[in-house]
Ligand binder design. Structure first.
Ligand SMILES: Cc1cc2nc3c(=O)[nH]c(=O)nc-3n(C[C@H](O)[C@H](O)[C@H](O)COP(=O)(O)OP(=O)(O)OC[C@H]3O[C@@H](n4cnc5c(N)ncnc54)[C@H](O)[C@@H]3O)c2cc1C
Length: 445
């Protein structure tokens, strides 16, 4: 049975979150708008405002909701998390206020899954408490989506691993207390066993941030937070490997699925906010003697946005349900993979369409930085690339479906109507009276 209702106790939590995000987190967005400021633990003014808000979230039992009880979180499950993330998606500070900001969420998950008790105590504890932030350092300048071309290596020297190489778009590297770095340890092994994951403390000598690359929506082109990092003979103790030797790929995969679906859930929230803006504008501004909303092309924009958003939301909810079923042991591991890929692909286009239309309806005001829409619009491409390019997911999804496709047996496709009809008539020869022959010959007869 499919049921979209929410029990009253949980609805009360959602209502609290909705008020809190609008009143407090969106206020944080206005007071501290710089890109990446949420991760800068040294920003005293922002932290002073942040702490009491995080305490309120904890008091409500809403802190780090992405983690299950076995990983130290409240464990609401993915469907409830989807509804919560829809609310958080309105504000760029909200995930930090609620202890669910990427990349710390995924990093916390893999530390909880693969970390030793010592690693968990040292890194997971403070990360979960929101005292520190972390970085995931995987993409390399010569290739992000293709691990085959990764060249950053880690070699064992006595009791230490020595990491050498460059990474690209290591978000928050400059704020991170530790970086999770994937490096080639076994170059001769098959791809999926070639790399290992390491925990590298942020103050280790040899970590050189070459540039902090800025992206669309950032204020200062030289002061972004996606780092080009050089690991110049960075030495870390042998016990700083996360997971097994050669298991880096597996560890990385474990964090990506969750990240993609959380982004998708939050995209629903941001698009809802853009839709609200579109509606307000449509009933507030007149042109050519009518309200914008009375013009059919504006109506089409609104209708298309509502429909695309609803379709996307349902896809996200179904994906969340699949993940919950897997967690509960009712479905096999990997059963949600295709749907997570679908969310990743749909997310970028729904986001671009809905936010783009909202921007268009606001005209010059929309593209100005007096409104948040232009910044959001720039963020669309970031969503398309982060956690793997959309095209790669599109292609993977198609290949998964092609794998189960069967070639047609004869010359014509299996749905060819005359062929099917011929077979049907073989089974039921008396189903049809012989057809009268049309045309002049029939008329003269
Ligand atoms: C905002 C943001 C934050 C990020 N944060 C991090 C981070 O914290 N840590 C980290 O390690 N990385 C991070 N990344 C990097 C991200 O993972 C990569 O951008 C992504 O994997 C794509 O790699 P690339 O940029 O090298 O693009 P490329 O791999 O060069 O791809 C470029 C284009 O080529 C095409 N293409 C590539 N592969 C395929 C394929 N298999 N099939 C079909 N077409 C394909 C697509 O059109 C794609 O858009 C971040 C990226 C962004 C935008």
């Amino acid at each position: 049975m499919i049921d979209f209702s929410v029990e009253p106790e949980f609805q009360a939590k959602l209502d609290w979150m909705d008020r809190f995000v609008r009143d407090e987190c969106e206020t944080m967005d206005l007071l501290f708008p710089e890109s990446g400021v949420q991760f800068d633990v040294s920003n005293a003014a922002a932290r002073r405002h942040l702490r009491p808000l995080q305490e309120q979230v904890k008091a409500q039992g809403l802190w780090a909701c992405h983690l299950g009880p076995h990983l130290g979180g409240p464990g609401y499950g993915q469907i409830k998390l989807a509804l919560m993330n829809e609310i958080l998606g309105r504000s760029h500070w909200a995930p930090t206020v609620f202890g669910t900001a990427a990349p710390d969420t995924g990093n916390a998950e893999i530390l909880a899954m693969f970390g030793t008790p010592e690693q968990k105590q040292k890194y997971l504890g403070p990360l979960m408490a929101g005292d520190i932030v972390s970085c995931f350092s995987m993409t390399e300048p010569q290739g992000g989506a293709d691990p085959e071309v990764f060249t950053c290596t880690a070699t064992l020297d006595g009791d230490e691993w020595v990491i050498e190489g460059e990474k690209w778009f290591s978000s928050n590297a400059r704020f991170a207390a530790f970086l999770l770095v994937i490096a080639v340890t076994d170059p001769e092994a098959p791809l999926t066993e070639r790399m290992s994951m390491f925990i590298v403390p942020g103050d280790t000598p040899g970590i050189e941030i070459l540039r902090n690359v800025a992206i669309a929506g950032d204020f200062d082109p030289e002061n972004g937070h996606h780092a080009h990092v050089r690991y110049d003979k960075v030495r870390i103790p042998r016990d700083h490997m996360l997971g097994e030797r050669g298991g880096g790929f597996k560890v990385a995969q474990a964090r990506l699925g969750g990240g993609r679906i959380h982004h998708a859930m939050r995209t629903v929230g941001l698009c809802n906010r853009a839709l609200d803006m579109m509606l307000e504008r449509a009933v507030s501004r007149r042109t050519k003697g009518a309200m914008l909303g009375e013009h059919q092309m504006v109506q089409a924009k609104i209708a298309d946005s509502v429909i695309e958003l609803e379709q996307f939301r349902l896809l996200v909810l179904k994906t969340a349900w699949l993940i919950d079923e897997i967690e509960a042991g009712r479905m096999k591991h990997g059963a949600a993979r295709k749907h997570i890929g679908m969310c990743k692909v749909a997310m970028a286009s729904v986001y671009a369409n809905v936010v783009g239309r909202a921007l268009e309806l606001h005209g010059s005001l929309g593209i100005s930085l007096d409104m948040p829409l232009a910044k959001w619009y720039g963020g669309n491409m970031a969503l398309a690339f982060a956690d793997g390019p959309t095209d790669a997911h599109r292609s993977q999804l198609a290949r998964a479906y092609l794998k189960r496709a069967v070639p047609a047996k004869g010359l014509f496709p299996s749905e060819h109507i005359p062929s099917r009809l011929a077979r049907a008539l073989e089974r039921y020869p008396d189903a049809r009276e012989p057809r009268p022959i049309a045309g002049p010959a029939a008329e003269t007869a």
